[in-house]
Write a protein that binds this ligand. Structure first.
Ligand SMILES: [Zn+2]
Length: 419
């Protein structure tokens, strides 16, 4: 079956300007042809009239916790597993509804979720899974509050955390994930805010442990994404060969230069901070989570996580480091991922088209999918959305699910509210 997306305004998300009267031919899940102007339609073609709409690549979220179903992240570990599974299904559907065709798991995912989507059981985005957060005992991935909960014993059911201490254990933890067919590893180099026992200013993994994760990932043809808030963590990540630093909130100029030299990317994640500050309390976020966001004690000037994250994204952009977009969303936040794209405009100062590129072609490169998705070019996967209005002129268009009128992944239409 051939589909033609006809006569729309197109953002290919690699060039500088939109194309008017653009037509895209999709066949076998692939973009086969792109042309402007009119042509005689062949027979047996399904034509989608895109007049007055913008056609652009499906959005990518480079940092999703689609499999975490509670606002208190550790809460998922005591939730009844069947209930968690149903909530994950609903969260994935909302993410598609918002125009995302690919998401990268930042901790908590499982190959079975990916299988459920790939087999058509769930209407979800393409998922790249990392599995549990790799963390030291008491670190950012440890949700045992003061050692009393013994969540670790429940991890066979919920895939949120793998506590690893020491070089041999880190190597084993990495290999266990590749045994589970993970797409990448997620390690917690520094402390964080959403975890009960640690502080953002702390550095937890040693340089050798980080190198072991990167070495094992490389040996399997994969890579490491790393949670890091303070600059010592950022520096270690860039030095040891981490592919993308997540948050990177207290990035300094020296480390930014090191990232640039070593090809380390930054994934900017302001949306989750905004959500927690605005809605966290009423949704059950713990007192220590909100306290650490406001006062992480990571910089001499006392900058909050939000202030630090904005500065880091600006500095990285100024240095020419690729800056991707990651919502870091989970639970009830799912479906609102595009807020992070809006914040790249409103807070970091990118142009709307630059922000859209961050969430498409830049994110695709970070996810090692540059040749497959993230732009509208021939021979790429047909991951395409059709939206009302001009998101390259008004970024707010992208944050309203109702304005995302059609979502296509691999040439398959997952959402269509066009007449
Ligand atoms: Zn995260």
């Amino acid at each position: 079956m051939i589909t033609e997306l006809s006569n729309g305004r197109m953002l290919d998300c690699v060039g500088d300007v939109p194309f008017e009267n653009a037509n895209i031919i999709v066949e076998g899940g692939i973009i086969k042809d792109i042309y402007t102007g009119t042509r005689q339609h062949k027979t047996d073609v399904m034509v989608v009239n895109c007049e007055g709409k913008t056609i652009m690549p499906g959005l990518i979220d480079a940092h999703s916790h689609y499999a975490v179903t509670t606002v208190d992240m550790g809460g998922v570990l005591t939730e009844f597993p069947f209930f968690t599974a149903l909530k994950i299904k609903s969260q994935l559907e909302k993410i598609v509804d918002a125009g995302f065709t690919t998401i990268r798991d930042g901790g908590g995912g499982h190959w079975s979720h990916k299988e459920a989507v790939n087999s058509g059981l769930i209407n979800g985005p393409r998922i790249l899974v990392c599995g549990p957060l790799m963390s030291v005992t008491g670190g950012h991935g440890d949700f045992n509050v003061r050692g009393t909960m013994n969540y670790a014993s429940k991890t066979p059911f919920i895939n949120l955390m793998r506590l690893c201490d020491g070089e041999d254990d880190c190597r084993k933890a990495a290999r266990e994930q590749f045994q589970m067919w993970c797409d990448h590893l997620k390690i917690c180099i520094t402390g964080g805010c959403a975890s009960p026992n640690d502080e953002p200013w702390q550095v937890h993994l040693s340089e050798t442990e980080i190198r072991i994760f990167c070495e094992e990932a490389a040996a399997h043809g994969k890579y490491v994404m790393a949670h890091s808030l303070n600059d010592e963590g950022n520096r270690l990540a860039a030095e040891c060969g981490v592919r993308s630093i997540e948050h990177g909130s207290y990035l300094t100029e020296g480390t930014a230069q090191l990232m640039k030299n070593n090809g380390t990317r930054l994934v900017s994640t302001t949306a989750v901070v905004w959500w927690a500050e605005k809605y966290g309390k009423e949704n059950g976020a713990s007192e220590w989570f909100l306290r650490k966001l406001a006062n992480p004690r990571c910089s001499p000037d006392g900058a909050s996580i939000m202030e630090g994250s904005i500065r880091a994204a600006k500095l990285a952009t100024d240095c020419g480091i690729p800056v991707g977009s990651g919502s870091d969303f989970f639970g009830v936040m799912c479906g609102g991922e595009a807020m992070n794209i809006k914040f790249l405009v409103d807070l970091v100062g990118l142009s709307p088209y630059q922000a859209l590129k961050a969430a498409t072609s830049v994110n695709a490169e970070i996810l090692c999918l540059k040749d497959k998705t993230g732009s509208i070019e021939t021979e790429k996967w047909a991951d395409i959305i059709i939206v009302d209005g001009n998101p390259d002129e008004d970024i707010n268009v992208i944050t309203e699910s109702a304005k995302i009128r059609m979502v296509m992944k691999d040439g398959k239409i997952l959402k269509n509210t066009l007449s």
